[in-house]
Design a protein. Structure first.
Length: 114
């Protein structure tokens, strides 16, 4: 399976401060989605933002055409995959995973645009 990163998620303690910071640094367009976050639209991918994260971090999600098949491959290779999430309008579906050593990453199936 050949893939590329298609989504990033920024977890922060203070989403409003981080939103202002990344807008100022990268000129990204920001769309708020409630008091605790939203998303940036970069020239190539979306970047989610959520607050109240006790350990600030950036998570990477890799594009997959079939989320269930990709989850099966992760598990067959000895990794851990959560159950795939539901379709999120405008975003697609996501699944959080870890390699056998505990390195976190995610899978992202883009929304059907047909």
């Amino acid at each position: 399976m050949h893939t590329t990163p298609t989504y990033l998620e920024i977890g922060t303690k203070n989403s409003a401060a981080s939103a202002e910071f990344f807008k100022a640094v990268f000129d990204w367009t920001y769309t708020g989605a409630g008091q605790d976050g939203g998303w940036f639209q970069t020239p190539t991918i979306r970047v989610g933002l959520h607050g109240n994260d006790p350990q600030p971090q950036i998570g990477v999600y890799f594009s997959v055409p079939d989320l269930e098949a990709a989850v099966a491959r992760v598990r067959a290779a000895g990794g851990h995959a959560d159950e795939p999430g539901p379709h999120e309008p405008g975003f697609g579906r996501f699944c959080n995973c870890r390699d056998p050593g505990g390195v976190p990453f995610g899978l992202h199936q883009a929304p059907d645009v047909s």
